[in-house]
Design a protein around this ligand. Structure first.
Ligand SMILES: [Zn+2]
Length: 246
């Protein structure tokens, strides 16, 4: 058995990564696909299997793989709850900040950013209190940042006459959507992602105001308005698990 190599393929909007382990000799007669408990995809293949054959085998089972990745993400989210103690790492606009819990018997529960910290003041160190203070802080930041980016990006696109109605809705598997009537929904967790990733999601959804599907015209439009969007999307995909595990 040689070391595994990392490969990937696209399935709809998803980038699915998988590792291939080549087996010499009689151990593997055919290509076998496993989903590991943490959601990793491992492909055991006979040493003589070509890259194309492996890719074809994985693509054939793409729907099944995608479903299992989603399931294991959900399981992981349940088994690894956030602890909300000082020192915990928090993401905001793609940067890491440390959570600092300050116990303060007086005064209201507050959360604010100070230098490299996001400081939460509470009367007790109860995780639920800290959690709700953090949620409120993130929600406020998300409203401000996402609305501002949306206004600015919408103004730069000819086909958007007025910024569309914007709704923020926490979602497990989606960054945003655009309704047939032109209402945009964004995942507030996006505020944890780097600015260019936020812009990518917003430009993607604004392009849907003109092209309602993911056909070639949509992708041409996106390419013109945001050259290099694929790399940005991959950056966001790579962060998804961390960002959405809250
Ligand atoms: Zn889309």
């Amino acid at each position: 058995m040689s070391d595994s190599t990392l490969r990937s393929f696209r399935y709809g909007d998803e980038l699915i990564r998988f590792r291939v382990r080549a087996h010499a000799g009689r151990t593997a007669q055919r290509i076998a696909i496993h989903v590991e408990p943490e959601g990793g995809i491992l492909v055991d293949a006979p040493a003589q299997a070509t890259d194309a054959a492996i890719l074809a085998a994985v693509r054939r089972r793409a729907a099944w793989i995608s479903r299992h990745i989603a399931d294991s993400r959900q399981r992981m989210a349940q088994v690894l709850p956030r602890e909300h103690v000082s020192g915990e790492s928090l993401l905001y606009l793609g940067r890491r900040y440390q959570l600092k819990v300050v116990i303060d018997a007086e005064g209201p529960v507050t959360a604010r950013m100070r230098g490299g910290y996001i400081a939460v003041r509470t009367a007790q160190g109860e995780p639920a209190l800290i959690r709700s203070a953090l949620d409120a802080w993130y929600a406020t930041r998300a409203r401000e940042v996402l609305a501002a980016r949306m206004a600015s990006l919408a103004a730069s696109l000819k086909w958007v006459r007025t910024p569309p109605p914007l709704r923020l809705q926490p979602m497990k598997r989606q960054w945003g959507s655009c309704s047939p009537t032109g209402r945009l929904t964004l995942n507030p967790h996006l505020v944890k992602a780097p600015r260019e990733c936020i812009d990518y999601v917003i430009v993607h959804e604004l392009c849907h105001l003109k092209e309602h599907n993911h056909g070639p015209r949509f992708h041409r439009l996106l390419e013109v308005k945001m050259p290099g969007w694929r790399a940005v999307k991959e950056r966001l995909d790579a962060l998804a698990e961390q960002i959405l595990r809250t």
